[in-house]
Design a protein around this ligand. Structure first.
Ligand SMILES: *Cc1c(COP(=O)(O)O)cnc(C)c1O
Length: 360
């Protein structure tokens, strides 16, 4: 067996130790005589898996007691609708920061349910930077402020947490959750699709402050109300049990590695090494202003785009996979989430240097 370094933006690499443990437990979980996939979500075995996963996530992120953790389905994209349906009932005014492709999608969906004010936009820069706090034109009376801390496609990450003057801050953390410590108490809602930095696709994590639950419009379908999932421990209907279990294994893996402070150090080192390889070359380029560069998604272009195909082919032959940039941006993108080992980043840097030597 030879595993590759997979730079996919999502679904992305999972820690090998987690996959091995899942393999060992596949047919018989802890003597239950069945796979986690075959268990009733209401049985005591799965309840113990679910509770442990939540407890471990809470300790990793230091989640305060007045926040609920929900294990849902529908992806981050469903949250684009659930948030305004639950918090902006009656077409209330809401503030959005437009900093890339995912913000744009969240905004388009919110417009169906709310009166959207674009409090800042970096579209004129082609989304190569983040707005400063002083540039945010917040409404003041908005139901919430929504932003995307890390734009997965453009590789742009906020170097600070926006200050909203008491208005709930809602954050799409899909591609940067668990990459470093955050102060959960700064947020009203944190949400993330699992397939980047948590676990397999199909699970969506929502961390929500208690007082924001129960405000949905009357006609909101039950499955789209946070109260439904909160009142039923995320088991109003069948939850994504296997994804929940694998996320739990990832949380344990993060704890074993020293928690989020330790992950932050590794992630900082990995991204710094890759950006410095790009910046120290005339052959590769990254357009993002240095202070807003993502630790997780590193887009870069080659001086001659005609060489893109050759670059990708050679990388693939070296076991460096899925480096093609998003179709809307072009070039390359290396996604280097928690599960990407430092050796993977170094192998990419070495390959880039060799490719430049031969083709530059
Ligand atoms: C991947 C991604 C999404 C979409 O997630 P789904 O789970 O596929 O709906 C939304 N926002 C960000 C920032 C993402 O990276």
């Amino acid at each position: 067996m030879s595993r590759v370094f997979n730079f996919s933006a999502g679904p992305a690499m999972l820690p090998e130790a987690v996959l091995q443990q899942a393999q060992e437990e596949m047919l018989d979980w802890h003597g239950a005589g069945m796979s986690v996939m075959e268990m009733s979500h209401r049985g005591k075995e799965f309840m113990s898996i679910a509770e442990q996963a939540e407890a471990d996530l809470r300790s990793l992120l230091n989640v305060p007691d007045n926040y609920k953790v929900l294990f849902l389905q529908g992806g981050a994209s469903s949250q684009f609708a659930m948030i305004p349906m639950n918090l902006a009932s009656g077409k209330r005014r809401v503030d959005y920061l437009n900093t890339g492709s995912w913000s744009k999608k969240a905004i388009a969906e919110a417009k169906r349910f709310a009166d959207v004010n674009i409090a800042a936009s970096t579209e004129d820069s082609k989304f190569t930077t983040t707005p400063a706090q002083s540039e945010l034109q917040l409404s003041g009376d908005a139901a919430y402020v929504h932003y995307t801390p890390n734009e997965t496609i453009q590789g742009v990450e906020f170097p600070y947490t926006p200050e909203t003057g008491g208005v709930p801050l809602i954050a799409d953390f899909s591609s940067t959750i668990l990459s470093r410590p955050i102060d959960v108490s700064n947020y009203g809602i944190i949400y993330a699709g699992a397939q980047k930095n948590i676990g397999p696709a199909g699970l969506t994590l929502v961390i929500i402050r208690e007082d924001l639950i129960g405000q949905a419009a009357e006609e909101t379908p039950v499955m789209f109300q946070y109260a439904t999932h909160n009142d039923n421990g995320s088991m109003y209907n069948t939850p994504p049990t296997y994804g929940w279990y694998l996320a739990g294994l990832v949380f344990k893996w993060l704890q074993d590695r020293g928690g989020l402070e330790a992950m932050a150090e590794v992630n900082q080192r990995k991204s710094a090494a890759l950006y410095s390889a790009i910046d120290n070359s005339d052959f590769y380029a990254n357009p993002v202003t240095p202070e807003s560069r993502s630790w997780m998604n590193v887009p870069f272009t080659l001086a001659n785009a005609d060489l893109d195909g050759k670059f990708l082919e050679g990388a693939s032959a070296e076991g460096l996979k899925t480096l093609k940039g998003h179709r809307s941006v072009g070039g390359m993108r290396a996604s280097i989430y928690n599960a990407m080992p430092e050796e993977g980043v170094q192998a990419l840097i070495d390959y880039m240097a060799e490719f430049e030597r031969v083709n530059g």
